[in-house]
Design a protein around this ligand. Sequence first.
Ligand SMILES: [Zn+2]
Ligand SMILES: [Zn+2]
Length: 186
Amino acid sequence: MLITHDTRCALDAVVDLVNTAPDDDGTPDRLPDVAALGDFVRKHEISDVGVLSEFDLSAVRKVRGRFAAIFAEPDARRTAGLINELVAAAGTTPRLTDHDGYDWHVHYFAPGASVADHLAADCGMALAFFVVAGEQERLRRCEAPDCRHAFVDLSRNRSRRYCDSRTCGNRLHVAAYRARRKEAAG
Ligand SMILES: [Zn+2]
Ligand SMILES: [Zn+2]
């Protein structure tokens, strides 16, 4: 499936967003205040969102919960339903753009959309195309039991089991090394 620059950015943003959620194991919310939301907006270059408020923060946290549910849903039909609800609530205005030297691509957020609606529209549509391509299984949770971070598996054969974090990547290497050694010994 074709992953354009903008889709890639939207995927990075949505994965990052879902992974700011507090964990059951006591990891605190990594979007604790409006300033943290501002950092998130700058990091992911989310344009035209204006001055951020407490309202934006709570709206983004709600959208985050809906994205988390999408990553947790294995069934394509239910995933489609969740994405449809999310995108419909945000409202969209698809329009072609070639801003900043990028090739033609489509933006979905409506002009003047809040940051929550911007994320819901553009990241929601980025995820929608995985369902269209029959590849929503690429929207995954890290299999490391103490991690469970969301990630998008863009590997050719959809074989990634762990997220990008250094710990989980290393764990994968260590596990593979042990397996090879066991095989060699056996
Ligand atoms: Zn763009
Ligand atoms: Zn992980």
